[in-house]
Design a protein around this ligand. Structure first.
Ligand code: ADP
Ligand code: AMP
Length: 219
């Protein structure tokens, strides 16, 4: 009898495992830090070494800006040049769609690094409203880096990035937006014990060694 039971169980197991993975809620790590702190660089490293999908709010907005027929192209363009935070309805829909499409293609891809989000209170409220119960935020990876280092890196990146906001004028505004709007969000998560802070002013390898330590423990 026991042998029969085990046999039937082993037949059903693959279907049960399949169903559990279909039901997996997206597991999210928010990635925050100043402009040029190295968020994108470290996310690329993480994707190479762990089963995460990288979604950059900035990249998704730039894609939407250049999508033919987008009703938001001009609005996004002016916000990005001004270093201002694009209205959350646009950003959250792009993120939600990207997460859904990723999981539709491969249901095992339910771990996401959401880079450059939430950047302000509006972003956070939008996330809580739209994604409540639909995704788990595991923690926030905070790449902590002084403003001068951030500015220098972006100016260097600006020599080849073609980005409209990697210039001193936009950068001053982006740093202000970061200090006034994003830091308070990081502090809120800090109070919940959800922030993993990394000194991002060191070399890419040194920073990644710390990232690895965190992800190996709780990723
Ligand atoms: P973010 O996504 O935070 O805006 P990026 O990852 O695009 O930042 O990095 C900004 C620039 O700084 C890029 O040109 C990148 O090559 C460089 N960079 C990233 N991390 C480091 C680091 N640890 N040390 C030196 N330069 C870095
Ligand atoms: P980044 O590529 O992360 O440096 O972002 C570039 C610009 O895109 C920012 O300065 C904002 O104008 C816009 N942006 C990026 N992330 C967000 C976000 N979460 N909400 C609104 N606007 C954003």
């Amino acid at each position: 009898m026991i042998v029969g039971l085990l046999h039937r169980l082993s037949e059903k197991l693959p279907r049960v495992v399949h169903r559990i993975s279909v039901m997996m809620k997206p597991q999210v790590v928010f990635v925050l830090g100043g402009p040029g702190a190295g968020k994108g660089t470290q996310c690329a490293r993480i994707v190479e070494n762990y089963s995460y999908t990288h979604l950059s709010a900035g990249d998704l907005l730039r894609e939407e800006r250049s999508r033919k027929g987008s009703e938001f192209g001009q609005l996004i363009d002016s916000y990005i040049k001004e270093g201002k935070i694009v209205p959350v309805e646009i950003t959250i829909n792009l993120l939600k769609k990207a997460m859904e499409e990723t999981m539709k293609v491969d249901e095992k891809k339910f771990r996401f690094l959401i880079d450059g989000f939430p950047r302000n209170q509006d972003n956070l409220q939008g996330w809580n409203t739209v994604m409540d119960g639909k995704a788990d935020v595991k923690f926030v990876l905070f790449f902590d880096c002084g403003n001068e280092v951030c500015i220098d890196r972006c100016l260097e990146r600006g020599k080849s990035s073609g980005r409209t906001d990697d210039n001193r004028e936009s950068l001053e505004k982006r740093i202000q937006t970061y200090l006034q709007s994003t830091r308070p969000i990081i502090e809120q998560y800090e109070k919940q014990g959800k922030v993993r802070t990394i000194d991002a002013s060191r070399s890419v390898d040194e920073v990644f060694a710390d990232v690895k330590n965190i992800l190996d423990k709780e990723g």
